[in-house]
Design a protein around this ligand. Sequence first.
Ligand code: KIV
Length: 274
Amino acid sequence: MSVHKENKEFKKITTHALLAMKQRGEKISMLTAYDFSMATILDDAGIDVLLVGDSASHVMAGHETTLPITLDQMIYHAASVIRAVKRSLVVVDLPFGSYQGNSKEALNSAIRIMKEAGAHSIKLEGGEEVVDSVKRIISSGVPVMGHLGLTPQSIYKFGTYTVRAKEDEEAEQLVKNAHLLQEAGCFAIVLEKIPAALGKRVADELKIPVIGIGAGGGVDGQVLVMHDMLGINKEFNPRFLRRYLNMYEQILEATKQYISDVKSRDFPNESEQY
Ligand code: KIV
């Protein structure tokens, strides 16, 4: 695996830096993070964007969907990540129920995330139905990232986690929504689990960066859930996922060894005590 050097060029990643990367054809790297220790490592590695995703509801809290996580819980995770970060741009998801009511509610939730966690920007799911909220949040000075395609907060409407926008009608609606979000002022858009050709079309048509998860290689950047990419989860195996470690097995084996060392009185040895 070759490691790119160019991703250290910016001292601090801003929304403008992401736009510059798109303009010069440099792909944007993005991963999720939810806690101080992991965010420290990912930031030190040179990741461009850290997303405090509401996927925390799955991987940190063990819920089946992203719906139960609360604004207070997202703020707790975001503040932990922010304390770790020196370079990456931190984007924080507005959780389900914190913005769908109206644009004032959306603005208040975004402000809480910025004020209480010290976040750099927020992300929310949806197209034309959230455009008023996007505009109102941006007019207060908060950068907004959009999210189209598979939007997990609407899982009970979709019914399944399968690929979205395979049919023309849904694909055209997605393209229209992507343009609306760009016009509303979003600095970037995430596209989740859609055909690669559609991902490329949206990235080609939009001026702002388009970051994909399961949206193919034609978009401007890639995002993965950190637990999936590091192999901390073993049950989740979608086609788009590349695992870079098998941490489930490594942690399992290390823990078994520790248990065995404690039981056998091997740990602690003479040099491990006072
Ligand atoms: O919450 C999350 O992790 C996300 C990514 C899947 C993009 O929104």
